[in-house]
Design a binder for this molecule. Structure first.
Ligand SMILES: Nc1ncnc2c1ncn2[C@@H]1O[C@H](COP(=O)(O)OP(=O)(O)OP(=O)(O)O)[C@@H](O)[C@H]1O
Length: 263
């Protein structure tokens, strides 16, 4: 395959998820904010990628647009080879349900359902039997075998987030997006959740993209991508907390969000 300029094009399927020339502008006129300013990034399959950057740098916006929870102003977002902007609402909803898992800071479990029911909820909603053996194995991976018939309110925060992690992987999605998954946890529970995400990638071949502001959390990833002012400014392979912290310090003197200047 080659492009019009004769250069070899990258294969179509380069990652579990990716965005190309992603621009996101919130609002319009004087109050418009350019939250993403031309970001192109791949999230490779079978890898754990962390998205870092200062507050307001566009991390959540990137995750939401890459996961089909929000739409880009211009550019494109792909899950596998599927371009999200080309899907109607119904197909986008199905794609999110069938091909993406989510872990949020606030756990987002259904309070009236048991642990077991919460874990299989995506498959039950889809009306598919799914791979119940896999879902059952996940229960052991997250260490919740003795809590299966409890309701979320009867669990600690760390246990609730482990349920959310099991739920996110239960349907074997192409990619799991985690938005500050340890933000509501003490450091020990947070460490457990991060270890689970790491094991899901390294031992079970899953793909994780995690937004975090915590260098210790980012150090669990295979690679960190750094955003600043809505742009991708750096990538770091095999991160350590110290190296990530050092990289983040370089952002400290920078101002937060910028206004949209083209309007
Ligand atoms: N719905 C919205 N309407 C208007 N502006 C928004 C909206 N959501 C985000 N923004 C702005 O877009 C910019 C990027 O926000 P975003 O939440 O993606 O950053 P972030 O890096 O995730 O920040 P944090 O670490 O503080 O959560 C910020 O300036 C923010 O104020």
């Amino acid at each position: 395959m080659s492009t019009a300029t004769g250069q070899a094009a990258r294969p179509v399927s380069v990652g579990a998820a990716r965005v190309a020339d992603a621009v996101k502008v919130y609002g319009s006129g004087d109050t418009a904010v350019r939250a993403l300013d031309g970001v192109s990034v791949d999230f490779p399959a079978g890898r754990f990628t962390a998205i870092m950057g200062p507050s307001g740098s566009g991390k959540s916006t990137l995750m939401h647009c890459a996961a089909g929870l929000d739409t880009l102003t211009s550019g494109a977002a792909f899950i596998g080879d599927t371009e999200l902007g080309k899907l109607d609402d119904r197909r986008l909803t199905l794609l999110r349900r069938d091909r993406i898992g989510f872990v949020f800071q606030a756990f987002n479990l259904v309070p009236t359902l048991t642990v077991a029911e919460n874990i299989t909820l995506p498959m039950d909603l889809a009306g598919v039997r799914g791979d119940r053996e896999w879902a059952d194995a996940l229960v052991d991976v997250v260490g919740l075998r003795d809590r299966l018939h409890h309701r979320p309110a009867e669990l600690s925060g760390g246990q609730q987030q482990r349920v959310a992690v099991a739920r996110a992987f239960a349907g074997r999605p192409d990619v799991v997006f985690a938005d500050e998954p340890t933000g509501n946890l003490d450091s020990r529970s947070g460490e457990e959740v991060l270890n689970l995400l790491g094991r899901a990638v390294r031992q079970m071949g899953r793909t994780v993209v995690m937004v975090t502001h915590d260098p210790v959390a980012a150090a669990h990833a295979d690679e960190v991508v750094f955003l600043a002012d809505g742009r991708l400014v750096d990538r770091m392979e095999s991160p350590t907390a110290d190296r990530v912290l050092d990289r983040m310090k370089a952002f400290d003197a920078r101002p937060p969000a910028r206004k949209e200047t083209s309007s």
